[in-house]
Write a protein that binds this ligand. Structure first.
Ligand code: AMP
Ligand code: MN
Length: 239
């Protein structure tokens, strides 16, 4: 009993515990990945291809979505979502389930959310097929999904690559799911990840400065257009 309370306090639950929770909705997402021998610019090993997506809300996330608990299992729901978002039938099983956790409550809603995360290794050829189908046959392309993206795992001479990727905005705990998977599957060493994250924070600070400058610029333009509208209004009244 104590263990269960501890686990729930941490947000993490087992697949079975998650299914035993009533009054919760479930969402399932998957990380599809493969090894690759290809090189960037003919010299930098790409090593692994990890698929993520640019979502309709402008955030990066993994493919997947809500499960209809009344008529499908978690895995069947995930496969249906993958068919819609990627345009392919993939078989994801209970064995591919790696994590379930209670999503932090952000809005007062009648049902709370448990997010499930799966990981599935494919061949490089299968990854290419998924990418092609996501553009040609997926019904969600251009709507819920704006495009599939590969995660750069390397670091360029100027410190770009993974660090820049990690400084983007992610849905829910997708960034943590990515980082946990990189370590668990030994796709990247903790040392390299640590370095990338340190650089990522610097990129993040630079982004904030950039946004401040853009904000100041649009504020000036907005104020200018307000003055023009007011002047036109005054001109009309004085006639
Ligand atoms: P979706 O239909 O893909 O937007 O996912 C259903 C719900 O899961 C949404 O409320 C998202 O906020 C949440 N969600 C989406 N992706 C993730 C993720 N990678 N980790 C945690 N929650 C997510
Ligand atoms: Mn989705």
């Amino acid at each position: 009993m104590e263990k269960r309370i501890l686990l729930i306090a941490n947000g993490q639950v087992s697949r079975a515990e998650a299914l035993a929770c009533s009054g919760y909705r479930h969402a399932c997402h998957v990380m599809l990945y493969s090894d690759t021998k290809s090189l960037l610019f003919g010299r930098t090993p790409i090593k692994h291809i990890i698929l993520m997506q640019m979502r309709f809300d402008g955030l990066l996330g993994f493919p997947g979505g809500f499960v209809n608990q009344s008529n499908e299992s978690l895995e069947a729901g995930l496969c249906r979502e993958l068919q819609e978002e990627l345009g392919v039938a993939l078989s994801i099983s209970e064995d591919d389930h790696v994590d379930a956790r209670l999503a932090p409550v952000t809005s007062p809603s009648p049902s709370r959310l448990i997010t499930h995360f799966y990981v599935k290794k494919l061949t490089e050829e299968q990854i290419r097929e998924v990418e092609q189908a996501s553009l040609s046959t997926a019904s969600d392309h251009g709507q819920e999904v704006l495009g599939m993206v590969r995660v750069p795992l390397y670091t360029t001479k100027t410190g770009g690559g993974l660090s820049s990727f990690l400084s983007h905005a992610f849905i829910g705990n997708a960034r943590t799911q990515l980082l946990d998977s990189l370590l668990r599957l030994h796709l990247l060493s903790p040392e390299d990840l640590h370095k990338a994250l340190k650089h990522s924070l610097k990129t993040h600070a630079h982004t904030a400065v950039d946004l401040q400058a853009a904000l100041a610029l649009t504020a000036a333009k907005r104020d200018q257009s307000l003055i023009t509208v007011t002047q036109a209004h005054t001109h009309v009244q004085s006639q």
